[in-house]
Design a protein around this ligand. Sequence first.
Ligand SMILES: O=C[C@H](O)COP(=O)(O)O
Length: 260
Amino acid sequence: MGRKFFVGGNWKCNGTVEQVESIVNTLNAGQIASTDVVEVVVSPPYVFLPTVKGKLRPEIQVAAQNCWVKKGGAFTGEVSAEMLVNLGVPWVILGHSERRSLMGESSEFVGEKVAYALAQGLKVIACVGETLEQREAGSTMAVVAEQTKAIADKIKDWTNVVVAYEPVWAIGTGKVATPAQAQEVHANLRDWLKTNVSPEVAESTRIIYGGSVTGASCKELAGQPDVDGFLVGGASLKVNREHKQSRVFIIIMPYLPAPI
Ligand SMILES: O=C[C@H](O)COP(=O)(O)O
């Protein structure tokens, strides 16, 4: 069975009650193809999760942007995986570069979080990616392999993991990776999974791309054999005025069969 295309919208630390309501209304009004063909997941900040989950059409799932590394307790400011499960949130984004760089999350810590979240029944969008300095030093694949290995060391079952390759230099900068750059890393990452985990995991695990994806860049990127979808930041908050559509839908529509 082929890998189902995946489009995630990461709203990061953005939005007011009014803006979130407006985005949800736009998403609910948009055309969407069968969930057999594409998986669409939006990730609002924690405080908006229950509202978004309650108001969104059922074809669109929600993700948290982070969760605690173990069972809850005296960890002020944290949200546990158990709480997300209790709320009916199916997905969580872990290891985003903003958390690695701004909150000091190490690869090992991210690996522990991924393992714990999976064990509680969450599905995980696990982010990896190199900085500009690392790319220029020629260590892109070494960095991505080290981050992926830290996850592979802690988990056995990859069924509920989507890997998001997000080069740090492309995030929020408008400098989207070229299709060739994205394909090269995705193919190397799949190869790494084949050698270090298993051929089955390499074949079935979705590797999605994130970093300045827009309606203009998505088509060629999605045409690459190892690009299985996107994790969209800025564009997932925007509405295309002409089409009155969320830009997440603009991004996925070219690849989809007839809407339901
Ligand atoms: O999680 C999403 C990524 O950080 C991409 O963000 P961006 O599309 O605003 O560059």
